[in-house]
Design a protein around this ligand. Structure first.
Ligand code: NDP
Length: 331
């Protein structure tokens, strides 16, 4: 059996009994897109070696190829030693029922994800966005059926508002459905939108945060320099990736992030480790989903698990990033 690494710690997912690794590996924009099958396999092996046991994907990433590559890379890994998380909502085909959160699409998408992931159950199944065209009761009842059938174990949402999460939690409670226990929002030193309403609501309902882009897609690693071309092979240098990361590639953000470099150095950390330790310093965060294009990045980032930042450092981060932080969703 693979030796169990002590490097990355585990946390409880909200008020559920499930433990997730506090750093998870996600494969959006990488597996099946920026990186090929061999690198995907190397990334999964490196993650397991660091003690990462939670893996996040979606049926929409690389048109299903991301789930396929993850399923292939995890072949032979004892199923009980990992937690698999995937999502449903975004189109998987041209038809009007090949998207959204209707009972029909949720069931068909779940079965397709199970096939691509080569497993008989998904540990955490999430509604990738809110669907205004499907009653929330229909979606939650479809999720609940899948739980009863043993095809999914825990239910979550991604990028829903505090009000949508509260309404869904009430429906689940009143109808005796499997409760929402996971929320997957964007959260980083630079993107604080969930602090005001989403986190307090989720805390009240026992829903843990599994946050995405904790490095602001790599920008918080400090590797992008003011006025310089993005390093070769980086997301900002990638044909598709450069579009995704564009929000953060402004002079204001890049310069503010450079001011964190000496702060990280003084603490004996890399800027990426500082950024991840900062996210994990929020007790409502169960896990931060990191991406990687190279295995070495995972070894570096995994060392952030267990690092505690004091209040003085957190206040300094707020001051240094003041002009670059989003507290509210831009209009
Ligand atoms: P991150 O903020 O962790 O960015 C990851 C990227 O940063 C890597 O691919 C790499 O890109 C770069 N990087 C990572 N570590 C380092 C390092 N130590 N030094 C330098 N560069 C580094 O997360 P992602 O934006 O990749 O998102 C993570 C996951 O979150 C996704 O895979 C997905 O599972 C989930 N997600 C969920 C969404 C949702 O709507 N629910 C939306 C988006 C993501 P490179 O080397 O190419 O520059």
């Amino acid at each position: 059996m693979r030796p169990y690494s002590e490097c990355v710690r585990h946390r409880r997912l909200g008020s559920s009994g499930l433990k997730v690794s506090e750093l998870a590996l996600g494969n959006w924009a990488t597996m099946g897109a920026q990186v090929d099958d061999d690198v995907s396999q190397a990334l999964v092996r490196a993650a397991l070696d660091c003690g990462i046991t939670t893996f996040d994907t979606s049926d929409a990433y690389a048109d299903g190829r991301a789930e396929e590559l993850l399923g292939r890379a995890l072949t032979g890994v004892p199923r009980g030693s990992i937690e698999l998380s995937t999502k449903v909502f975004w189109p998987t085909g041209p038809g009007p029922n090949q998207r959204g959160l209707s009972r029909k699409h949720v069931r068909e998408a779940c079965h397709a994800s199970l096939r691509r992931l080569r497993t008989d159950h998904i540990d955490i199944y999430q509604a990738h966005r809110f669907d205004p065209e499907t009653p929330v009761e229909e979606t939650l009842s479809a999720f609940d059926d899948l739980v009863r059938e043993g095809k999914i174990l825990y239910v979550g949402v991604s990028e829903w508002s505090a009000g949508q999460i509260r309404d869904a939690a009430i429906v689940s409670r009143d109808r005796g459905y499997s409760p929402l226990v996971a929320n997957q929002p964007q959260y980083s030193m630079l993107w604080r939108i969930i602090e005001e309403e989403v986190i307090p609501t989720c805390d009240e309902w026992g829903i843990g945060q599994i946050v995405w882009s904790p490095l602001a897609q790599g920008v918080l690693s400090g590797k992008y320099r003011p006025g310089a071309r993005p390093p070769q092979g980086s997301r900002a240098d990638d044909r598709d990736g450069s579009g995704y990361i564009a929000r953060w590639m402004t002079g204001t953000v890049i310069e503010a992030v450079q001011s964190l470099v000496p702060v990280a150095e003084r603490l004996g950390l890399t800027p990426a480790q500082l950024a991840l330790a900062w996210v994990l310093g929020n007790p409502s965060v169960s896990s931060a989903i990191i991406g990687a294009s190279r295995p070495e990045q995972l070894a570096e980032n995994a060392a952030a698990s267990g690092v505690e930042l004091d209040q003085e450092t957190r206040a300094l981060v707020d001051r240094l990033l003041a002009d670059a932080i989003h507290w509210r969703r831009p209009a």
